[in-house]
Design a protein around this ligand. Structure first.
Ligand code: 5AD
Ligand code: SF4
Length: 433
């Protein structure tokens, strides 16, 4: 067997693409996974280009792999930077053997076996492609429900790296979810760039009309499935049907990612997000009303071009009103091919750093209040991972990270846990017998 080392950066879509790559290379070629790059016959980096930093890091990383790799070992670059830079990667890093775009994963066997292979076609349709099976976790199964993204958010490079949005046929999704659940994965994690836009376009006419709410209900009908999660939904498509399905289906976990991006309606317009501050607040507060123990996470970009102090205060205001359980906050990063990169009113780097710090400091205070309120609460926790010092970690239904003392016997089980020591980043507790 040849050895494959693969590093995965970026989002859950990339994590699933990596699983597809491993499956293809182990069933249609002769590779097995290894954890030591210096022993590998093939080193792959599955890249993310959503912000500028990782792009710069990629080339220094290739340099490191050049030094440690075995003689004759190949290096392949896939994912979103591959889509974006294409054959230019060969010029900047001649040791690279192939470049495979984020929408071209199914061609990995050909890529590995063809000298200087490059395919970054974003019109390529992988929506009906039946990949071979490999799963990194026995307990949780990622299942793609769509590829690409039809939104044209002005800051975002993703439509240029993953192409137009196409929904995957419902029977492929159900079969994959059923198979994974029957193999022991109690949790099905649905993936797409805009999951709650599911069903708007298929590559061929579907037999039945299915939207995202219908899909959630269909997956929950699979007996072995106990939990369903998904990412990312778009606030614009959070209609009442979706919120009610989310609230009322007991298998749908009560944690929602609601990427705000900005609290200022003016900046949201510049970003072409399609909703206002008021719409976002209306949806988030309705969600809190329908599902009192819901946890809401978000993404916020600070210092988007033209963001004034007043605009930024609107983001802080939404934070105060929604009290997010988790925030992923980013300083705006100008990306090639995007509209916003051409805007002339870019915000000073120092202003961006100061805003990011203010937002994060306030969020930490909010998180401390949220954690403290969780003392003595009892959660149903699905245990998935062994940690150091004899701890086992899992997630509550509403996505809090919970740790208890225990061993591998707990893995794959759902237990009632009483929280005895809540910390900002993790809740510690005891299993109730
Ligand atoms: N600059 C900073 N953050 C960005 N994101 C996407 N594009 C950019 C950019 N150009 C953030 C958004 C998105 C998350 C995955 O990354 O908040 O939701
Ligand atoms: Fe990164 Fe976006 Fe590509 Fe995911 S889709 S890997 S977040 S650029």
């Amino acid at each position: 067997m040849k050895q494959l080392y693969i590093e995965t950066l970026g989002c859950a879509m990339n994590t699933r693409d990596t699983e597809h790559i491993i499956a293809e290379l182990s069933t249609k070629d002769n590779y097995e996974l290894c954890t030591d790059a210096s022993q590998a016959d093939l080193i792959m980096i599955n890249t993310c280009s959503v912000r500028e930093k990782p792009v710069n890091k990629l080339f220094s990383e290739i340099g490191v792999f050049n030094k440690i790799k075995k003689d004759g070992a190949k290096i392949g670059i896939c994912g979103c930077i591959a889509s974006h830079l294409g054959a230019e990667i060969f010029k900047r890093a001649p040791s690279v053997s192939f470049v495979l775009g984020a929408r071209n994963v199914s061609k990995v066997v050909k890529a590995v076996n063809t000298e200087k292979f490059v395919d970054v076609d974003i019109d390529y349709d992988e929506s009906t492609y039946a990949f071979s099976e490999f799963r990194g976790s026995a307990h949780k199964a990622f299942v793609n429900i769509s590829i690409g993204c039809d939104k044209k958010c002005t800051y975002c490079i993703v439509p240029h790296t993953r192409g137009d949005e196409i929904s995957i046929p419902v029977d492929l999704i159900i079969n994959e979810a059923r198979k994974a659940a029957q193999n022991g994965a109690k949790e099905i994690f649905l993936l797409g760039q805009n999951v709650n836009n599911y069903g708007r376009r298929f590559s061929s006419k579907p037999k039945q009309k299915v939207d995202f709410s219908d899909l959630l209900n269909m997956i929950s009908d699979i007996e072995e499935v106990e939990r369903i999660r998904f990412t990312s939904p778009h606030p614009l498509h959070m209609d009442d049907k979706f919120l009610h399905t989310f609230a009322n289906n007991p298998k749908v976990c009560k944690s929602m990612h609601m990427p705000l991006q900005s609290g200022s309606t003016h900046i949201l317009e510049e970003m072409k997000r399609g909703y206002t501050k008021e719409w976002f607040l209306n949806r988030a507060l309705k969600l809190r009303e329908l599902v009192p123990d819901v946890s809401i996470s978000t993404d916020i970009i600070v210092a988007f071009p033209g963001e004034s102090d007043e605009d930024f205060e609107h983001s802080m205001d939404v934070m105060e009103k929604v009290k997010f359980e988790q925030i992923f906050a980013f300083k705006y990063s100008a990306r090639p091919l995007t509209k916003a990169a051409e805007f002339t009113n870019q915000v000073d780097k120092e202003v961006g750093s100061a805003r990011l710090k203010r937002l994060q400091d306030r969020q930490n205070e909010i998180l401390d209040e949220i954690s403290a309120s969780r003392r003595d609460v009892v959660y149903e926790v699905y245990f998935e991972e062994l940690r150091n010092n004899g701890m086992v970690a899992g997630r509550s239904d509403n996505n809090a990270l919970v740790q208890v003392e225990g061993d591998e016997e707990l893995l794959g089980s759902i237990q009632k846990v009483k929280i005895t020591n809540p910390k900002r980043l993790s809740l510690y507790g005891e299993i109730l017998k």
